[in-house]
Ligand binder design. Structure first.
Ligand code: KG4
Ligand code: ZN
Length: 343
């Protein structure tokens, strides 16, 4: 079975082709991505209307490129998958519209996928795929969640952020340091040259006794510190970046360990854009090695938004019998959509 997947929830248009046979893990045949980062950079963040219009321009040419790379024709596609939510409403509508129109034209069934489920299952495309059950640390631009995962579609929330997401904390702190958009990778790069112990920044909710997160206060602390430094900020910005990253990573690592302990599981999966952060990976690897916990990550290129994870999630949902694609081409999108809620 060939699944063609479209991702368009934010500022990347992603398309991919996944093959699913019997009970083996579905295989990624080809994927293509267009990042809108340069288009939005002038505005310091994602402009939703521009994002939607660009998805329209990119979706079909990317699909053609993917099919060409895989050496398949569009007629061979069995199922068309797309991101149904959460994300920007207009951007989601483009992917859903393209996928459903394509499905209708080809007389093939379609399936709407949860974006975060795509992230969560993306490590199954890595060279070291996990096995169920596991704890997942989902860290993206809009979400920070710890969940217990017992199988495809079996997700139980353990804790989540009560305000900003970890990715947002990276992005907002980066903006305060004048690093522009997208801030996470830029802040991480600058942090490599800084001293992580230079500034003592708060670790919110570290000792709250639950598995929730809060990152809004960190941003305020970074701002206060930046103001205090005043003219000296440019020469200390690497130190402040390193201290900020250390605070975020510290909380993510310690809460992940607490979630493992609480659930009694020995396997951790890290997914979402912040999962690309090298310091987070290094700290988690070290902490988990000590406790004999296995950690799994998506391939670096599949940490941030992409079409492969959407095609993969659709293929895995169908294979597990959790959901089947349908010839129902009237679509809706879900800009807000909790992952542990029924479809
Ligand atoms: O999963 P993702 O691509 O999109 C959402 O679904 O939100 O995550 C994007 C987030 C952004 O906040 C970005 O700054 C952050 O992931 N990010 C990073 C790194 N790469 C991406 N944060 C820290 N270090 C990185 N290397
Ligand atoms: Zn994402």
């Amino acid at each position: 079975m060939l699944v063609l997947g479209f991702e368009s929830s934010c500022d990347e248009t992603g398309v991919a082709l996944v093959q699913s046979d019997g009970t083996q893990l579905p295989r990624l045949l080809a994927h293509a991505l267009h990042s809108q980062v340069r288009m939005h950079a002038d505005y310091g963040g994602v402009v939703p209307e521009l994002a939607s219009r660009d998805h329209i321009r990119r979706a079909l040419p990317l699909a053609e490129a993917v099919l060409r790379e895989a050496g398949r024709s569009v007629a061979e596609v069995d199922v068309v998958a797309y991101t149904r939510g959460p994300g920007l409403a207009g951007a989601l509508l483009v992917g859903a519209g393209v996928a459903c129109a394509l499905g209708a034209a080809l007389d093939k069934p379609v399936l709407g996928v949860h974006h975060l489920e795509g992230h969560l299952l993306s490590p199954f495309m890595s060279a070291d795929p996990p096995e169920f059950p596991f704890v997942v640390l989902l860290v993206s631009g809009g979400h920070t969640q710890l969940m217990r995962v017992d199988g495809v579609g079996r997700y139980a929330m353990l804790g989540e952020t009560i305000d900003d997401a970890a990715g947002e904390a990276f992005d907002k702190s980066a903006k305060l340091l004048g690093l522009g958009y997208p801030g996470g990778p830029a802040l991480a790069r600058l942090a490599e040259q800084g001293d992580a112990k230079a500034f003592a920044l708060p670790r919110p909710l570290l000792h709250s006794g639950d598995l929730d997160f809060s990152f809004a206060g960190l941003k305020t602390a970074v701002l206060t510190q930046a103001k205090k430094l005043g003219q000296a900020l440019p020469e200390r910005s690497a130190d402040l970046a390193a201290s900020t990253q250390a605070a975020i990573v510290d909380v993510l690592v310690r809460k992940s360990l607490a979630a493992l302990k609480e659930s009694g599981l020995q396997r951790l999966v890290v997914a979402g854009g912040v999962g690309a952060n090298r310091e987070l990976r290094a700290q988690l690897d070290a902490a988990c090695a000590k406790r004999r916990v296995r950690v799994h990550y998506p391939e670096l290129a599949l940490c941030t938004d992409n079409g492969a994870m959407i095609a993969m999630a659709a293929a895995m949902r169908m294979q597990a019998g959790v959901q089947q694609a349908e010839r129902r081409y009237a679509f809706d999108v879900k800009p807000r959509w909790p992952l542990d809620a029924p479809v």
